[in-house]
Design a protein around this ligand. Structure first.
Ligand SMILES: *[C@@H]1O[C@H](CO)[C@@H](O)[C@H](O)[C@H]1NC(C)=O
Ligand SMILES: *[C@@H]1O[C@H](CO)[C@@H](O)[C@H](O)[C@H]1NC(C)=O
Ligand SMILES: *[C@@H]1O[C@H](CO)[C@@H](O)[C@H](O)[C@H]1NC(C)=O
Ligand SMILES: *[C@@H]1O[C@H](CO)[C@@H](O)[C@H](O)[C@H]1NC(C)=O
Length: 202
């Protein structure tokens, strides 16, 4: 078959199609890749994957006690995990929640594994405890200042090992990370808490 730009080609175009094997393989490969592409497109359109969402819906601090060197406190958190997908289930095989202040981790809590069906919102109550957490002097000063101002700005992080299930097929494990910041927690229980949406990475 003469192609554009090959007019100076010393080889004349083939009169016969030879064995026909090579064009046959080329056409089959093309048809196969179009079919695979279509299958992926149809899968995508029916499943319509949507990102998982996390937010911190409530947070309060109890038993706050700060000395010159260390902190004791309990952070009562209500997180919300939203799976907006119609056809994808999510298996949370391991879930860890950490609380950070001034880039320092002050409390940790593990959540029991759970699985989430499609279009499901799950509320997770966790109470990470800071127990005799050592703090450097500058952080203690900032925290004392926040305490007298009445509110503290925290970052809540979620780290989870998850798998997805579509129909009968389960995927491999992925690591989900959610960063929720700033989570502004008031010491006074009468202050209203503003829901904070998290950045979710998978
Ligand atoms: C804070 O902890 C110290 C040392 O454990 C204790 O003496 C003090 O009473 C505590 N303060 C409050 C407000 O709980
Ligand atoms: C906060 O968490 C602690 C520890 O789990 C619990 O004892 C306490 O009742 C919780 N307080 C609130 C107000 O939820
Ligand atoms: C924190 O709690 C531990 C025991 O639970 C206690 O020994 C320590 O003195 C407390 N520290 C503060 C600052 O309250
Ligand atoms: C959660 O913490 C536990 C204990 O530290 C650890 O074994 C597990 O791997 C952690 N899971 C994730 C998803 O980071």
């Amino acid at each position: 078959m003469p192609r554009p730009g090959t007019s100076h080609d010393p080889q004349p175009p083939l009169g016969r199609r030879g064995s026909g094997l090579l064009p046959c393989i080329a056409i089959s490969t093309l048809v196969l890749s179009i079919l695979v592409g279509l299958a992926i497109l149809i899968f995508w359109l029916t499943v319509r994957p949507a990102p998982l969402e996390f937010s911190v819906d409530d947070a309060s601090i109890h038993g706050f006690n700060l000395t010159a060197k260390e902190l004791n406190a309990t952070f009562n958190l209500t997180l919300r995990a939203d799976n907006p997908n119609h056809r994808i289930r999510v298996y949370y095989d391991s879930v860890n929640i950490t609380v950070w202040y001034s880039d320092q981790m002050v409390a940790f809590s593990e959540v029991a594994p759970f699985h989430q069906s499609h279009r499901n919102v799950r509320t997770i109550d966790v109470d990470p405890v800071a127990k005799s957490v050592p703090l450097v002097a500058s952080v203690v000063d900032n925290l004392k200042h926040d305490r007298s101002a009445g509110a503290v700005e925290l970052e809540v992080r979620v780290r989870a090992r998850i798998r997805f299930k579509v129909g009968l097929a389960k995927t491999k494990h992925y690591t989900l990370r959610a960063y929720c910041s700033p989570v502004v927690v008031h010491f006074s229980s009468s202050a209203r808490f503003e829901r904070n949406y998290c950045d979710v990475d998978i």
